[in-house]
Design a binder for this molecule. Structure first.
Ligand code: PNW
Length: 504
């Protein structure tokens, strides 16, 4: 079968023999977390309920191990320990996110919670003392429940609410934070949380809510960007970007024009949905999305397409509103054919793609969706260079899940191979990747997977009330990488017996 051939092509490239090892001058390294995944303290010091609190408390059966973020890594109280870990790793920057419901308990800017402001100032001061730059995400999925009760991202007023929240954050923290991310992974927000039940609030409004969300989310992002540009950038001098996730789709047979076209369509629906409006010259949603949704909507008996192009005002207003392209990337999937996906609901995003079927191929991790294909990452980066006018790129997430071993060779190999793919495209293709962020500092609340798919450099023992953090072997790998700005060649990071696979 054609996809078997493609799989072996992908596998051949996964040799671990790096052509380049040294990172260019000025390249920066960081590590990431997100508020709801690490902070805990879910209802103390004025924080109100967010959509993940609501989901985990009312429907615990939806979380793999029935856990929640009530305590998580308790970083709200243990942030100084976290800063120690960051210092050990030697990273240039720390990417973390602000909890909206901790800063604005009503969801609105009528009441700013002083304890929320104090907490983030204390963290920022501790980072400054260690010379670690903050890279801060305004929204990493933990929407205040009060706003969800009004429809969340399906409500067009969210554009105003997000701008108001941004305004408070830029005003309160902008003297200390020079690098901002507005929104983390809009695809996961709109498709997984509104079009499906994979993320909170698990609305499952497939084919409808997902597109209401993208209209509002892109406008909200743009307004936050313009607000910073006009009101804060002149004095604060920082930058603002958005982080877009990609599962990268490869054609099963690169010589087959139909397969290539299907992969392009899939990539436009996944990454282009949010990147095209911001990073292309023409702006707006990708043409293929507008066409497919219109066709599909008509066939389904809708009076209007469920997704329509932005009007000229919004096309212009959204275009160009990101100083860098922030890419979160973990996995590549292989297109298996034009065949109709039997699980596609109607209406739905998947059906709108043309029900393109794909297969999760490549090396294993603990997460079903995370298949290891480093060459896919290189192809994604080349595609971003050619599709989006050679943008300056930050990798804002990349990482690997296993079952929690301290001898985490699988993670080390993943990082080594994916970083090697980055070096290839920097030196061979001139892709402008400026920095890299590993996901994640420590094992944490992995959303619906609970604590069953850890991604951390540090193990966190959640059965011990002190939540001790223990560095894994990968922590030493990353520390050495950052110190030398070079892929470590050290024998102790190699797992000749491929032992890690037994643990997955
Ligand atoms: C990201 N996919 O989520 C999030 O930003 C993190 O909060 C999360 O912990 C991390 O990646 C690991 O899952 C993703 O299906 C969810 O490609 C899904 C995908 C990728 C990233």
């Amino acid at each position: 079968m054609a996809w078997l051939t493609a799989l072996s092509i992908l596998a051949v490239c996964h040799t671990g023999l790096a052509a380049y090892t040294k990172f260019p001058e000025g390249f920066t390294f960081g590590v990431a977390t997100a508020s709801h995944q690490i902070e805990g303290a879910w209802n103390v010091s004025g924080k109100s309920e967010n959509v993940w609190d609501r989901l985990t408390h009312t429907r615990p059966e939806m979380i793999a191990d029935g856990t929640n973020g009530d305590v998580a890594c308790d970083s709200y109280h243990r942030y100084l320990e976290d800063v120690e870990e960051l210092t050990y790793l030697g990273v240039d920057f720390y990417r973390f996110s602000l909890s909206w419901s901790r800063i604005l308990p009503t969801g609105f800017s009528d009441h700013v919670n002083p304890d929320g402001i104090r907490y983030y100032n204390a963290l920022l001061d501790a980072l400054a003392e260690k010379n670690i730059e903050p890279l801060v995400t305004l929204f990493h999925w933990d929407l205040p429940q009060s706003l969800q009760d009004l429809g969340g991202w399906t409500n067009s007023k969210m554009v105003d609410y997000f701008r108001d929240y941004s305004d408070v954050c830029y005003r309160e923290f902008g003297d200390k934070i020079k690098s901002w991310i507005t929104i983390n992974e809009p695809y996961e927000v709109c498709e997984d949380a509104y079009g499906d039940i994979k993320k909170a609030p698990a609305l499952d409004s497939h084919g409808i809510g997902n597109y209401l969300c993208s209209d509002n989310l892109l406008k909200a992002h743009a307004e936050s960007y313009h607000l910073y540009n006009e009101k804060y950038r002149p004095t604060q001098n920082g930058t603002v970007m958005i982080s877009i996730n990609s599962i990268w789709y490869e054609p099963s047979d690169p010589e087959n024009a139909e397969q290539v076209a299907l992969a392009e369509t899939a990539n436009q629906f996944k990454f282009g949905w949010f990147a095209h409006p911001i990073f292309t010259n023409e702006g707006g949603y990708p043409e293929v999305m507008i066409e497919n949704v219109a066709k599909q909507s008509a066939a389904e008996g809708f009076s209007k397409p469920r997704l329509e192009q932005f009007d000229d005002y919004w096309i212009q207003r959204i275009k160009g509103t990101s100083d860098f392209l922030g890419i979160n990337h973990y996995a590549t999937h292989l297109i298996t054919g034009p065949g109709v996906d039997p699980i596609a609901k109607s209406p739905s995003w998947l059906k709108d793609t043309g029900s393109i079927t794909s297969l999760e191929v490549g090396g294993d991790s603990a997460s079903e969706w995370l298949r290891v294909v480093p060459t896919g990452f290189a192809n994604l980066l080349r595609w971003c260079k050619s599709s989006y006018n050679d943008p300056p790129i930050y990798i804002t997430e990349n990482g690997f899940s296993d079952r929690g071993t301290l001898q985490d060779y699988g993670r080390i190999q993943y990082y080594n191979d994916y970083l090697s793919a980055i070096l290839d495209v920097i030196y061979d293709d001139g892709v402008r990747v400026l920095g890299y962020t590993a996901w994640t500092l420590m094992d944490n609340f992995e959303w619906r997977a609970g604590f069953t798919e850890p991604f951390g450099f540090y193990h966190v023992d959640i059965t011990d009330p002190d939540l001790p953090r223990t560095p894994k072997l990968s922590a030493d790998y990353y520390r050495q990488l950052v110190a030398n700005r070079e892929l470590p060649q050290d024998e102790r990071f190699k797992d000749p017996a491929n032992k890690y696979k037994e643990e997955l």
